[in-house]
Write a protein that binds this ligand. Structure first.
Ligand code: F6R
Length: 242
C-alpha cells in the first residue's frame, strides 16, 4: 500500500487525477471503477481539464460505478447516474454506452444484482477502482456488517449514512433507505485501487481502515489485503496516522 499525503483537498484531487490519467494513458481501453460523493468531485474536475487540454482521451474507456440508490430514476438530481453525468461524463468524450451504473429503478434486487455482476464480468473486471471512504468505514455502500458481502447486493443504508447524505435531500425522510452496491469481492478483484480521502472528520476512520484489525465492521479495512492500493489523502485526513 502506498500512501501519498497531500497538502489539502486541491492537492489531493490533482494527485488522484495523476493516478487515473496514468491508467488511461497506459491502457486507453481500461475499465475504470468510479465513485460518487464529495471527495472525488475535484479529481473529476481535474480529469475534465486534462481532457479539454487535449492530454486525455476517454473514447475507449469503459466504466462501472460502485453504487446507486434504489428507487431513484436516472434523472433525479440525487441519483448517482445524474451525479456522474453532471460531474464527469457530460464534459469528457466517454461513450455513454460504455458507462455502467446499477439501475436504481429495477425493483427486483436479485435480477438487478445478477445483471450488474454479469456486466462487470463481461468487461473482464476493473483495472482501476476509485473509492471514497464513509465515516463508518463503508466503501461503495458496503456498510459495517457481520460478514463481507462478496458481490453486487441490495443494502439497507445505516442511520449514519442516511444522516451523512441527508444534506443532499430536502430532509432525512427523502433519503432512499436502500441502495445497490458492488460487493467487497468485486472491489478487491480490481487490479489497482485508488482510495481518496479528505478532511479531519475522516482521520479516525482512515486510521482504523489502514492500521486497525481487518473486520467487516470496518469494510475499508479489507483493503489492507489488496496488493496494489494507492491512498491519496490530505494532511487533515492523515493527521491521526503515526
Ligand atoms: C459513493 C460511494 C461512497 C462514498 C463515501 C464517501 O459512490 O461509494 O462509499 O465514497 O460515502 O462519501 P464522501 O466522498 O461524500 O465523503
Amino acid at each position: 500500500m502506498r500512501i501519498y499525503k497531500t497538502k489539502d483537498y486541491e492537492d489531493m484531487s490533482r494527485k488522484a487525477a495523476n493516478v487515473i490519467s496514468a491508467q488511461v494513458i497506459t491502457k486507453p481501453d481500461c475499465v475504470l471503477g468510479l465513485a460518487t460523493g464529495s471527495t472525488p468531485i475535484g479529481t473529476y474536475k481535474q480529469l475534465i481539464e486534462r481532457y479539454q487540454n487535449g492530454d486525455l482521451d476517454f473514447s475507449e474507456v469503459k466504466s462501472v460505478n460502485l453504487d446507486e440508490y434504489k428507487g431513484l430514476p436516472k434523472d433525479h438530481d440525487q441519483s448517482y447516474y445524474y451525479f456522474m453525468y453532471t460531474n464527469l461524463f457530460k464534459d469528457i468524450n466517454i461513450d455513454l454506452d460504455n458507462t455502467n451504473i446499477p439501475n436504481g429503478m429495477e425493483p427486483d434486487s436479485d435480477k438487478e444484482c445478477d445483471r450488474y455482476n454479469k456486466v462487470i464480468e463481461s468487461m473482464g473486471g476493473v483495472d482501476l477502482q476509485i473509492l471514497g471512504l464513509g465515516h463508518n468505514g463503508h466503501i461503495g455502500f458496503n456498510e459495517p456488517e457481520e460478514v463481507f458481502e462478496k458481490l453486487t447486493h441490495c443494502v439497507d443504508l445505516t442511520e449514519s449514512t442516511i444522516e451523512a447524505n441527508k444534506r443532499f435531500f430536502a430532509s432525512a425522510d427523502d433519503v432512499p433507505r436502500q441502495a445497490y452496491t458492488m460487493g467487497i469481492k468485486t472491489i478487491m478483484q480490481a487490479k489497482k485501487i485508488l482510495l481518496v480521502v479528505s478532511g479531519e472528520d475522516k482521520a479516525a476512520i482512515l486510521r482504523d481502515a489502514l492500521c486497525g484489525p481487518i473486520t467487516p465492521q470496518v469494510p475499508a479495512s479489507i483493503l489492507q489485503l489488496h496488493n496494489d492500493v494507492i491512498v491519496v489523502a490530505d494532511e487533515a485526513a492523515l493527521s491521526l496516522m503515526d
